[in-house]
Design a protein around this ligand. Structure first.
Ligand SMILES: [Zn+2]
Length: 276
């Protein structure tokens, strides 16, 4: 049995100055590869799904499978809702079996973000589930704005949230230019929130050396979605080309694709977990 809340994985990580990978899966293959990577590395892992999958029946069907896989895995695993859009969605995620939920109100006025986050924290805590929220805004095809340390402190004090996603210069998706991380800002936020795990969204394409720097400054959870899923797509494309129009049963076709995903996830997990 290796099912944990994010809090149980992230508190010790922040204390030790190491990072835990939080990787977005989207189907059986991208999920199974994550568990294989966790088994290979012996490291804790957060398996997560984007909010869209909680609105179309996919997450509801996949979560029981993830819990079963976690029970068989010898590494600690948390199952997380990424970028929850409402209290109702976070509630559903808890009821379907997530051990951690994010509510993302980073585009709302601060007051509204606090109000809904508070509700989510209250409901989740009763169910023994941990929480993440965001203050400042990590760009998602829109305009981002950086997190202010005083606002972060006020937000955590008023909501009681377990982990905080902060905006320090990353963005979601692939970058046109290499992002520049505001390490000093990260350190200032970590200093006003001792012990609280901070979360870096937009891990894709951020130079590992920079990610290592902010892990030393309080980042305990690193979200990676785009580059992991792109690894799946690229490997699928390569296998289709090899097949050259011939038939192969899909389960066998997927085996080498999954292998590529295992390698990719294991590499990220090891890089984030290196002690400073
Ligand atoms: Zn994100």
């Amino acid at each position: 049995m290796a099912l944990y809340t994010c809090n149980e994985l992230l508190r010790p990580a922040r204390k030790q100055g190491v990072g835990v990978a939080a990787i977005n899966l989207a189907n059986y293959e991208t999920a199974a590869a994550l568990f294989e990577a966790a088994e290979q590395t012996g490291l804790p892992l957060i398996v997560q799904m984007y909010s869209r999958m909680f609105g179309n029946g996919k997450a509801e069907a996949i979560i029981p499978m993830l819990r079963k896989m976690a029970e068989k895995c010898s590494s600690p695993i948390a199952v997380h809702l990424d970028h929850g859009t409402s209290f109702e969605q976070a509630k559903a995620a808890v009821e379907w079996g997530c051990t951690s939920v994010m509510f993302d109100g980073s585009n709302l006025p601060m007051k509204e973000n606090i109000r809904i986050t508070k509700e989510v924290v209250k409901f989740a805590r009763k169910a023994g589930v941990s929480t993440e929220a965001e203050i400042g805004h990590v760009a998602m095809g829109d305009e981002g704005h950086l997190t202010v340390p005083e606002e972060a402190l006020r937000f955590v004090e008023e909501t009681g949230v377990d982990a905080l996603a902060i905006a320090i210069g990353t963005a979601h998706g692939y970058y046109k230019e290499t992002p520049k991380l505001d390490v000093e800002r990260c350190k200032a936020i970590a200093d006003v929130l001792p012990g609280l795990p901070l979360v870096l969204h937009g891990g894709t394409g951020t130079p590992l050396a920079d990610v290592r720097k902010v892990i030393r400054c309080g980042i305990a959870k690193i979200n990676v979605a785009t580059e992991y899923q792109d690894c799946f797509l690229k490997a699928t494309r390569a296998e289709l080309e090899k097949l050259d129009g011939k038939f192969m049963p899909v389960d066998r076709f997927m085996d080498p694709v999954r292998e590529k995903c295992v390698e990719h996830a294991a590499r990220l997990m090891r890089a984030f977990a290196l002690q400073a």
